[in-house]
Design a protein around this ligand. Sequence first.
Ligand code: ZN
Ligand code: ZN
Length: 313
Amino acid sequence: MRVALFCYMKTLPALSQSLPTLIGWQGISLRAPEGWYLNGVHGTWREGVFQVASRGVCAVDVKWVRSQKASDLRYHLDRYLSKMEKDARKRKSGFSGKVEKHSDESLSFTWKADRKAVGIARRCPECRCIILAQVSGSRTDSVSTLASQIFSTLQDHSSDGWSTWCLYGLHTQVPEEYQLEKHRLLTGQTRLLFRHRREVLQIERIAQAEQLLNGNLPSQWGQFYREWRAYKGTWEERAYHRHPGAHFSGRLKMFPLVRECEQGLIRFQKPALKAHIAVWHCEPRNMLVHVVAQGGKKTQSLLEQVAERTQCH
Ligand SMILES: [Zn+2]
Ligand SMILES: [Zn+2]
C-alpha cells in the first residue's frame, strides 16, 4: 500500500505537467493535454456525458451513471458500444470491437472503425458511480498511452466534500450537496448557478475585463452590473487572490423579496433573503470573477470559502 501511494505521489506532478488541462463537470474530473477543451456537456449529476476535444481529431468521451440500483456493468458497456457501432455505420464505416474483463467492476475495451478508441468501464467501489470513458483518434494515432495517462487522472467523487468545476477558464469548487440548476457557456462568459435547498450559489467568469471596467473599480462595476439589481446593500473595496476586488453585503430589494417569500412558501423553506458577492479583476487573464451567495446566516462564510477555492490564474 505504501509503495502504491509513493508511486502515485511521484507520478502526480509529472501528469499535471504532461496533462495540464483540468476539466471538472458534475463531480467528474480528469486531466488532458495542453490545448484540449470541453467540447460539450449533456445530462445531470445523476447521468450524463461530456467530451473533451483536442485541436486535432483526438477526443476523450466520458459517460457517468449514478444509480442506487444494482446494474450490470457489461450491460452499460454493451449499450455504449452499440451506439458507437451505430454512429460508425451512419458514417458508412465498418466496426469491430473487443472487450476485456478484469473484474465484475472493471472492464476495458477497444474499437476500430473510421476512427479507433481505447476505453474503460468501471464502477467506483466507494460511491458506486459507473464511468465509461474512451480516448479516440484517427486510425494512425497512438491513443493507448495517452488513454492510460488520462484514465489515471479520472475522478468520480470528492475526497473532501467539495466538487471541482473546471471549464473555459473558470476553476472553482462548490460543496458537493449543491446541484447545478442552470449554466451559461458562451464565448467570454461562463456562469454556473447551483442550489441547495434555499441557498443559491452563482460563480461566473467574464472575459475582456479591462474593456468592461473601462477604468472603474470592481466596486463601481458591482453597482452597475444589471444582474445584481435585485440586491441592496453596501460595497467595499477588497482584494481577492491579491487582485483588486470588492465585497458586497446586503439583501433582496422589496419586489424580489416578496417573490422569494412566495417561492419559500411553495418550497416549505425559509426565503433566501441575504446576499453576499465577491468580485475581482484578474489582470493576467483579463477577466472578472463573480461569486454570489444568496441564502441565510451561513451565506457569508460560504461565499468566503468558494471565493478562496475559485482559482483565476
Ligand atoms: Zn467514486
Ligand atoms: Zn488571477
